[in-house]
Design a protein around this ligand. Sequence first.
Ligand SMILES: [Zn+2]
Ligand SMILES: [Zn+2]
Length: 444
Amino acid sequence: MKKRVGRRIEAMALSLVMVFASVALMPALKARAATTKTIDYAIMGEDAGTATVVTDFDYTMGEQPNAFMQCMGKVEQVAENDPQYQSNQTILQHMDSGYDEVWCYAIDIDPVFVTGRTEEGVVDATVTFPLLSGYTKQDGYDARIIYVYDFITDGGATGYPVSIKPLAITDTTITFKMPFGLQSMWVAGSLGIKNHFWVEYKKHTHTLPNEWKSDDTNHWKVCSVCGDIDAKAAHTYDEGKITTPATYSAAGVKTYTCTVCGHQKTETIPMLVAVAGAEVVTTDTKASYEVAKVNADGTVEVAYTGNNTNAKKVKVPDTVVLADGTTAAVTEVADGAFKNDKKVTTVTLGKNVETIGKNAFSGNTNLKKVTLGKNVTTIGKNAFSGDKKLQTITIKSSKVKKIGKNAFKNVENTTIKVPAKKVKKYTQLVQKSGASSSIKVTKK
Ligand SMILES: [Zn+2]
Ligand SMILES: [Zn+2]
């Protein structure tokens, strides 16, 4: 018993496989039963009114193998003597690859009077009919007429195997321009046609170009066949890149780029605000700086606030490059910049230093040699206080106006070399600060 049941199921399964296989391999062929519809048509570009679709039947694949005959329906003149077109297989052979369904339309156009025909040739007609049920406007763009067959009322039959793209598509209709008959067949000027044609359909898949379209919010692609918008989505920007750094005199720009379409948006980076005394980041990693002064034009001058190394010989630079890429002059050695640095032996100040702050070098017990640039105007209180080993201070500047109290406290036997014409003046300033008389001011 069990065995027999098993065998039956097996046989059924096999037949199901065969049915599926044949369905999958063979495109559907259907006769269109558009019974109450009318077709708008024009012949040779002249609006000729409407024609009634005269077919009225349902056709299911397999019931009646001769689909061509079925499609004829009530059209009386069948091309019996033209066996080439009497097989649905012939029609299917004409289908373009990738198409799923073929539908047949048969129409009957009353004789119309057409003037001015003298040359022989194919009569063009424009035919508009409803979009096939189950297909969208977009699908219409891929629809094709693959075959036209016409009958002239006065006799004769001619077939035109053609592949025609739609002329126009709306949400509900599809229009083809197609050959309807041979002009030579109605020399009298009156034309009546019983005509049928085959339309193949497939579901439309957008053909999308590489290029994206975009606005400030979204990106999308446009189908090159149907013109529909596809793949529309909001931009997905990256983390942004500073394309123009903000400076102390101008705002900067940060640019974000969409990772999908490349669309860019920018954001303003506020202008940097420099406040005197605020720490600034520079490209000089050996020392620290702060804002000394903000000029009217937005440029910044900085003060050297500390040596970050254990170097014995230190040079305070003329200028430093700030984080925003601008260059700032180093115009000050800040109060206490080198205070209690026991390692430093030699210090050379850049040419832009104007002010040496209070206690700038106080407690530098190994400092032997200092060179001040040509723009120094002020030496602050206790600037070199306690620098017991200080041997030489060279002052290139002729602009020194002030040496603060106790600038050389506990400094002995030091030579201060100055410009020749300033020996007298600077000697007075040094003495006035309370320096030891063992300190000598001489010309360089
Ligand atoms: Zn498309
Ligand atoms: Zn985008």
